[in-house]
Write a protein that binds this ligand. Structure first.
Ligand code: FE2
Length: 440
């Protein structure tokens, strides 16, 4: 990519992120912007100024060498100084000031972009710092969409068109096989990949079967109807304790109307769509479902091998379908439909193993803890990933309908506590394949 092309791409990604931020914060009134809809979430007005503050910090100050514009507000928007539950009590910038701060920063960033060369420092190489900031803002666009899902009251987001369904979906096999052997996991070459996705390394994976599509609402309703939430044997000890303490009995936002399950999304209540991937289940629920089905969650390495490994060439692809960037023909991304597409959609986005919808639709819980890859180095700051490594967090893969393509790679790693349900997360299940032993 030439410097001009890279500059244009960066400007396009930054503009796209800001357009979405504007939509998510422009469709509610001032009172709604400063309100906290859940202790799990920031007020939307915090996200609004925080994305601008990070943009100022990394691009204007670190890359551009500028002095801080408003040093007194830095601590307010440092995610590590104040947990989300505390943020509404801070003297945050009011909505108008937050918007004009963001506007001012962006104007200066576009000037800086015009003058920047993409070499000479690691932050500038391949436009990394600009790419990191574009990804940061779209990640907050997903966070803000979660806040929209949590908020109560009349709908404010326009109803979206239905996502596409594939004609052959009902004829798909339930599962597909992924051959055993080594494959290359992670990346050392994607310029905007974040530190936890690096470096590329070889991983040995035994052969396994994985669901062709994410688990659907219809299949999950069968688990509920079969008493899945009442049987401790399907749950880990921690999971059962949490299920009892939290009173879990169905996915978050599901409710019962006679014999029918309903779900509420962005202020609208409707019957569940049986073919749609289930979401708003925590890791413990996903794990219990998998045991009930006689299966298990895939490991993170299995998930990535299913998504990227091409058994014909032995090479690891960038995306399930190859090297082309995601677009609307291959994956449900970018908040276009505000819901996952029916299971089996996007045949053009299938992986070589035949699995579909690995990218987009719903984040997928894996069985793995968030751990560093061999050779990991924190970059550009420890708080991006390193402070989260350990057994408390489970890895999610693949991105959801709420993720923008710029922050969705087959190497991208997300993580959360195993009790979290507000995120747009579902799962698919796996099982080990019998290894054929040659007789001698
Ligand atoms: Fe952030």
């Amino acid at each position: 990519m030439t410097e001009t092309d890279l500059r244009e791409r960066i400007a396009r990604e930054l503009a796209g992120a800001r357009q979405r931020t504007g939509l998510l914060t422009g469709c509610v009134d001032e009172a709604d912007l400063v309100a906290q809809h859940s202790p799990l979430m920031s007020p939307l007005v915090w996200d609004l100024a925080h994305v601008a503050n990070q943009e100022e910090l990394w691009l204007l100050r670190e890359v551009g060498g500028r002095e801080p514009m408003h040093p007194e507000i830095d601590p307010l928007y440092d995610a590590f100084e104040h947990p989300r539950s505390e943020r509404p009590t801070l003297p945050l910038l009011p909505p108008d000031e937050a918007r004009s701060y963001g506007h001012e920063v962006r104007g200066r960033v576009l000037d800086l972009l015009e003058r920047s060369r993409f070499d000479g420092s690691r932050l500038l190489e391949g436009g990394f710092a600009f790419g990191m900031i574009a990804q940061h803002e779209v990640q907050h666009d997903e966070t803000m969409l979660i806040t929209h899902q949590i908020r109560t009251g009349a709908p404010v987001l326009a109803a979206a068109p239905p996502p596409p369904a594939a004609a052959d979906a009902s004829r798909l096999p339930r599962e597909v096989i992924v051959p055993g052997g080594p494959f290359t996991m992670g990346t050392s070459t994607q310029p905007w990949a974040l530190d936890n996705e690096r470096p590329a390394h070889t991983v040995q994976v035994d052969p396994f079967f994985i669901d062709t599509t994410p688990v659907t609402c219809g299949a999950y309703a069968e688990f509920i109807a079969d008493g899945g939430y009442d049987e401790p044997r399907w749950w880990t000890a921690d999971g059962w304790e949490h299920r009892q303490r939290a009173g879990l009995s169905a996915p978050l936002y599901w409710s019962r109307d006679g014999g029918q399950w309903l779900r509420t999304a962005f202020g609208r209540t409707e019957a569940i769509t049986p073919a749609e991937p289930v979401m708003h289940v925590c890791w413990y629920e996903a794990d219990a479902y998998a045991r009930w089905a006689g299966r298990r969650l895939p490991t993170e390495a299995e998930w990535e091998k299913a998504a990227r490994f091409d058994p014909v060439t032995g090479l690891t692809r960038s995306y399930p379908w190859g090297e082309q960037e995601p677009d609307g023909s291959r994956a449900n991304l970018g908040q276009a439909f505000l819901r996952p597409a029916p299971a089996g959609s996007y045949p053009a986005g299938a992986a070589p193993c035949g699995a579909r919808q690995l990218i987009g639709d719903v984040w997928e819980w894996t069985s793995s803890d968030l751990l560093p890859y061999p050779g990991f180095t924190a970059w550009p700051y420890r708080e991006y990933s390193e402070v989260f490594f350990g057994p408390e967090y489970k890895v999610l893969r693949g991105g959801s309908f709420a993720v923008s393509p710029v922050a969705c790679r087959s190497t991208f790693r997300n993580w959360d506590y195993p009790i979290r349900r507000q995120i747009f997360a579902g799962f698919r299940t796996a099982r080990s394949a019998e290894v054929e032993v040659e007789s001698s």
